[in-house]
Design a protein around this ligand. Structure first.
Ligand SMILES: Cc1cc2nc3c(=O)[nH]c(=O)nc-3n(C[C@H](O)[C@H](O)[C@H](O)COP(=O)(O)OP(=O)(O)OC[C@H]3O[C@@H](n4cnc5c(N)ncnc54)[C@H](O)[C@@H]3O)c2cc1C
Length: 415
């Protein structure tokens, strides 16, 4: 991150540090929490304690979940154990769910007791909000999901059944959602997988999205994303419904708010998201969806010692549009906002100035990979300054994604 390059003013002053040893608690250990904890330790050294509390001891590389649907990834390929990297860095790792956060009293509760903090960094991400659409929950509804390993694994089994008993497919994002690039990967990947099995013509594929046009990505498009995706969808025979609001996922059909009914033997609609329950309960720092309100230094407005990063952060939503949609929060944003927050915590401890970097200024780099079949390679940036560096149909995106996944895994495991 350019903003922090060449800056190391936060290294602890050893004299002061001995006098006022601080305890920094990081909640969560994926893109944001993992990055933040290691950055904090690098900036603060042995003078202060960095403790991570997370319910999961595995780093999950979420982009790979799409590939689980197509049988291209199993659980062993999805992530790695975080503890070894934390041990090497001198970060204390405690695997347990956080059950309560007492902001006023500066402690959190877990199943085994209380953890006090001087500084708190919330990096607990976001979870699916299946409640916004009837029948959307994969457990008791009629939709499939790939937002977690278990869901993706079950969706994979259902997709195998579809191959044996072909029928119409509905895929996309429901209103309020933001995982547009994931939905494009799914739609194009499904089209490719069906075509290769000779089922292309027998399985009509409909894509639904709250975006006002294809390739909008929730950021008003990136370069030629609209034309490219429209062309790919046309070639793949995917019918798209934009500005779409889903009313219910029912057995064998998806009902839209405009009264239309889409026949569906296999529905895979990505939900809207919300903050995790324990954070949602901190009512004075979160928005209506349970995301933490922060300034551009990722510090909460009410508690100077409390910061939040990654998908746990409130970045606003679309307003004045026919169908509400979320603002995408990428893994890259999680890492970059985590570095800024870590820097600012270290700066607070050492009396240095904070840095600020808004979500809009953080370049979001991503690869839309249609797995096998028609595919894309995109590198979108954020908001008006976002520019799509490349949209490359062909196998390039697939190999770029595979290479990136290997690079990311190696770099993160062994920072
Ligand atoms: C299917 C899918 C595909 C995606 N593809 C891409 C992509 O291609 N490119 C991209 O940039 N982004 C992608 N994303 C988005 C990306 O996954 C998120 O931006 C990223 O995971 C956010 O990181 P985070 O660390 O903020 O939150 P998360 O990754 O959600 O991590 C949250 C952490 O908090 C912990 N936690 C949660 N609740 C508690 C609790 N109560 N107590 C203790 N710990 C808790 C969890 O165990 C976890 O360690 C994808 C997401 C999905 C679901």
């Amino acid at each position: 991150m350019d903003l922090l390059r060449g800056h190391a003013p936060c290294l602890a002053n050893p004299v002061d540090a001995r006098l006022v040893r601080k305890r920094i608690l990081v909640l969560g250990s994926n893109f944001a929490g993992f990055t933040a904890a290691l950055t904090l330790k690098r900036l603060l050294g042995a003078a202060h304690d960095v403790v991570v509390v997370s319910q999961n001891d595995e780093f999950t590389f979420t982009p790979a979940l799409v590939r689980v649907l197509f049988g291209l990834r199993d659980r062993t390929h999805l992530g790695f154990a975080v503890r070894p990297a934390f041990d090497r860095a001198g970060v204390v790792f405690k695997q347990m769910p956080v059950t309560r956060i007492e902001l006023g009293e500066k402690y959190i509760l877990t199943a085994v007791g209380r953890e006090d903090y001087d500084y708190l960094l919330i990096a607990t991400g976001a979870v699916s909000d299946f409640d916004t659409v009837k029948g959307l929950h994969p457990k008791d509804g009629h939709n499939h999901s790939i937002m977690t390993w278990d869901e993706a694994h079950r969706a994979r089994a259902a997709f195998d059944e579809l191959i044996l008993k072909p029928g119409p497919v509905v895929v996309g994002v429901v209103q309020g959602g933001w995982h547009f690039s994931v939905a494009y990967e799914l739609a194009l990947g499904l089209a490719g997988a069906l075509q290769r099995r000779g089922l292309g013509r027998r399985v009509p594929l409909t894509f639904v999205t709250p975006e006002p046009y294809l390739g909008h990505f929730g950021v008003d498009g990136v370069n030629t994303s609209r034309q490219t995706i429209e062309k790919l969808f046309h070639e793949a025979g995917i019918e798209a419904i934009v500005n779409c609001s889903v009313k219910e996922v029912a057995p064998e059909q998806v009902l839209l708010d405009d009264g239309r009914s889409l026949p569906s033997a296999f529905s895979l609609l990505i939900p809207a998201m919300r903050g995790v329950d324990v954070v949602r309960r901190c009512r004075d720092i979160v928005d209506a969806h349970g995301f933490v309100n922060v300034d551009h230094g990722y510090q909460t407005l009410l508690y100077q010692e409390v910061f939040a990063t990654g998908s746990a952060v409130a970045t606003g939503a679309s307003s004045g549009v026919p169908v509400p949609r979320g603002v995408p929060k990428s893994g890259y944003f999680a890492e970059e906002s985590a570095r800024v927050a870590a820097y600012n915590i270290a700066a607070s401890i050492n009396g240095a100035r904070h840095v600020h970097l808004s979500p809009i200024e953080i370049d979001a780099k991503g690869i839309v990979d249609a797995a096998i079949g028609p595919d894309l390679h995109v590198e979108p940036k954020s908001e008006p300054t976002r520019a799509l560096a490349a949209v490359v149909p062909g196998l390039n995106g697939h190999w770029a994604n595979t290479a990136y996944m290997r690079y990311f895994s190696k770099r993160t495991k062994d920072p």
